[in-house]
Unconditional design. Structure first.
Length: 577
């Protein structure tokens, strides 16, 4: 733990060099006039608000039910006020007078322009909107915080990181103030410099409001890729990785370190048996809220003597859906040969947590093997998993012997299944499952999310941000991009269509799928146009699931338009085939 804390502190120290923090530095510089007290306030404000929100935002959203984007709007208001106070002296004087009346009638907590509290407010606003360039340490902190599994160790690592961050940040703020005040040339133009800095703060507020700050951070990282490599080299050494695995509960991941993963390498003697390394005892099923297709909860101890195939999936994931025919065929073919398939349903979207929705998907895809609802990501984390779909093979002794992430490799996976079945003493028949590998190849359009949280490649007259607004579509839409027309209510995970609104998507694929959640108790009809031509039938939305929108005989570049005849359909993500 000491080593992890040391690297967390060093990572905090070098954050001042990261491209992600550069957009903040002009504002810190703008607020540097005010001496040691204000610089200390800015530093503590940034560090404290970043730490609290990183660790607690998931808890606060769950408890209070607010959208996290509202905090960004709050920060925009505060930054705008601070910018105006630097540009307009009368506004600054009036603001200080008003705040002084509110705060203890002139007591020790008076908020003045150069006070500690003034710096604290500025810093707290910046901490809300700042996202650091995350290496493995911050990524682990974020993963535990998102799933509401914050523990003492992760709090300690976060505090040590922000302590390292605070030291150079304070000296930058305080040193800049001293430099400006001591410079004979600059001291003559202090007022003008403050006004320029005020303009910078207001410009920053506009950038944050339009969500362009995220775009700017990405562009900076792309322009300076050496920092990303540096931070991963710094934090990604084996000792730190093992400490992070212990801290996040991924003890199995530590056992796998240093072992070569070659699931289908063939021995040099020319035999046809795959080489399957032993990665140690497999993690048990933990935190399962409900078991489906079985009358009891399963444990790894109960399954000793069997080969267990664990399939992490979620029912709106097109990549998962394309693997299901292979998984169900293996279940059908080898269930009498000591193979047990267990589907672990770990939801990507909130509505996927509903048991009735999972049951409908089980029926739709003909799944007969047990399915575990892992709504809290407990088993997902136990396997240190990061992907949908993901497959893990456990042998008769309960040891992990094979894993594969994503689609494809069906022949290799079946060879691994057959090898482990032979180790139980059973004799799998020699005919392998003859199914076509439907994994997409080539440069088809990637998965496209439609909520503000993960949306990319969106084009319109305004940014895709949280809230209800009217959009005007982009006329000349580039490939793989989408646009809105009309009234849309945008949330973190989805966008809800207004009556008469429309969506355009330029894609390259043969099949288009869309995850849709209908408005409860209302008719939701969608008219489909492809390359300007109306398709014959409207799509009737009756249940939350993955809908097939387009099915063409061959891949090609096309323009899709969806016209929403009724209000209320929530759109989550496009996937393609």
């Amino acid at each position: 733990m000491i080593l992890l804390l040391l690297f967390a502190f060093i990572s905090g120290l070098v954050t001042i060099l990261a491209p992600c923090i550069w957009p903040l530095l002009p504002i810190v510089l703008a607020s540097s006039k005010g001496g040691k007290a204000k610089s200390l306030g800015i530093t503590i404000g940034i560090s404290a608000s970043f730490a609290v929100l990183t660790l607690m935002i998931s808890y606060l959203v769950s408890l209070l039910g607010f959208d996290p984007d509202s905090l960004r709007l709050f920060a925009v208001v505060i930054l705008t006020i601070l910018g105006l106070s630097l540009i307009v002296p009368k506004f600054s004087a009036g603001l200080e007078a008003a705040l002084s009346k509110i705060s203890s009638s002139g007591g020790k907590w008076r908020i003045e322009g150069n006070s500690f509290l003034s710096g604290l407010v500025t810093g707290a606003s910046l901490g809300i909107v700042w996202s650091p360039c995350a290496g493995p340490i911050l990524a682990s902190i974020a993963a535990l915080a998102t799933t509401r599994n914050v523990n003492f160790g992760i709090i300690l690592v976060t505090l040590v990181y922000v302590t390292g961050l605070s030291i150079p940040l304070f000296f930058f703020s305080y040193g800049s103030g001293i430099f400006i005040s001591k410079s004979r040339f600059l001291s003559k133009y202090t007022g003008r410099i403050q006004q320029v800095f005020g303009g910078v703060i207001i410009l920053t507020a506009i950038v944050v409001y339009t969500n362009y700050d995220k775009v700017l951070q990405v562009k900076l990282l792309e322009s300076f890729p050496s920092y990303t490599k540096f931070i991963y080299d710094l934090e990604g050494n084996r000792s730190v990785s093992e400490e992070l695995d212990r801290l996040t509960g991924n003890s199995k991941a530590v056992d796998m370190k240093g072992k070569v993963f070659r699931p289908v390498d063939m021995p040099s003697d020319g035999s046809n048996e795959p080489f399957l390394p032993n990665y140690g005892p497999a993690a048990d099923f933990t935190g399962i809220i409900k078991w489906l297709n079985t009358d009891r909860a399963l444990t790894m101890e109960d399954l000793r003597g069997k080969v267990v195939l664990i399939d992490f999936w979620t029912y709106t994931c097109i990549n998962c859906i394309r693997t299901l025919p292979h998984v169900t065929s293996w279940h059908e073919k080898y269930r009498d040969k000591n193979l047990l398939v267990v589907g672990v349903h770990t939801p990507e979207f909130e509505f996927e947590k509903k048991t009735e929705n999972v049951q409908m998907a089980i029926k739709q895809y003909g799944i007969e093997y047990p399915v575990a609802q892992d709504n809290n990501y407990s088993t997902w984390r136990a396997y240190n998993n990061r992907y949908w779909p993901a497959k893990y093979l456990i042998d008769k002794d309960g040891n992990l012997r094979y894993f594969h992430f994503g689609e494809g490799k069906y022949e290799e996976t079946e060879k691994a299944i057959r090898q482990l079945i032979k180790e139980t003493g059973a004799d799998p028949n020699e005919i392998e499952t003859a199914l076509t590998d439907a994994t997409p190849r080539g440069s088809q359009t990637p998965e496209t999310y439609l909520g503000s949280g993960r949306a990319e490649r969106f084009r319109a007259d305004k940014q895709l941000t949280y809230g209800s607004r009217v959009y005007k579509r982009e006329e000349n839409l580039p490939l793989h991009n989408f646009t809105y027309e009309g009234k849309w209510e945008v949330a973190q995970e989805y966008s809800k269509a207004g009556a008469g609104s429309s969506l355009w998507l330029k894609f390259y694929a043969s099949k288009v799928f869309l995850v849709i959640h209908p408005e409860t108790g209302k008719a939701n009809r969608i008219k489909v146009y492809l390359d300007g031509k109306s398709q014959k039938e409207e799509i009737q939305i009756s249940e939350p699931k993955l809908y097939e929108i387009i099915n063409l005989p061959a891949k090609g570049e096309h323009l899709l338009k969806l016209e929403f005849l009724d209000e209320g359909a929530s759109l989550f993500a496009f996937t393609f085939g």
